[in-house]
Design a binder for this molecule. Structure first.
Ligand SMILES: [Zn+2]
Ligand SMILES: [Zn+2]
Length: 167
């Protein structure tokens, strides 16, 4: 928390009661919580704080670089306090985000001319896949389960056309 206080001061971000509560809740977790899950925790300590405030506090702190957002299209954003450089394994079934330390990924070349003046602040590599727990539970490869979905879809369409014919 002391390191975060210094960081907020450097970024000229006054540490209000709400901001401090959100930061403390986030710093105590290593599971990359969603904004909703953080809100529930903060609301226990600061009754009366609104969900919108927690969302706003997170956005402000992400923009200031005090909090990092781990995100991919179609899923709820997850948050963490940036610590040493690391990357993420994201399970597309249970949305679990796990830290990955793989030094070779820390040496990716920075974007050059092709980035057209884009100013890089930070990066982290995200690997999307299926975690060991979900793989064990489903017992199937992603390819097999997507084939099953396609097959079931076909069967449902077939059934509805049968219903149409019976009418
Ligand atoms: Zn999973
Ligand atoms: Zn992380």
């Amino acid at each position: 928390m002391a390191r975060l206080e210094v960081l907020c001061r450097q970024r000229r971000l006054p540490l209000t009661v709400q901001r401090r509560a959100v930061l403390e809740a986030l710093a105590a977790r290593s599971d990359h919580p969603t904004a909703d899950s953080l809100y529930e925790e903060v609301a226990r300590r600061l009754p009366g704080i609104s969900r919108a405030t927690v969302y706003r506090v997170l956005e402000v702190m992400v923009r200031a670089g005090v909090v990092r957002k781990v995100w991919y299209a179609g899923a709820a954003a997850r948050f963490e306090i940036p610590h040493e450089r690391h990357h993420h394994l994201i399970c597309v079934i249970c949305d679990r985000v796990t830290d990955l330390h793989q030094p070779a990924l820390d040496r990716l070349p920075a974007p050059g001319r092709a980035a057209r003046g884009f100013r890089l602040l930070d990066y982290s590599v995200q690997f999307m896949g299926i975690c060991a727990r979900c793989a064990r539970r489903t017992g199937k490869s992603p390819l097999e389960s997507s084939r099953r979905v396609a097959h079931e879809g076909k069967r449902n369409r077939h059934r509805s056309s049968e219903r149409g014919a019976a009418r």
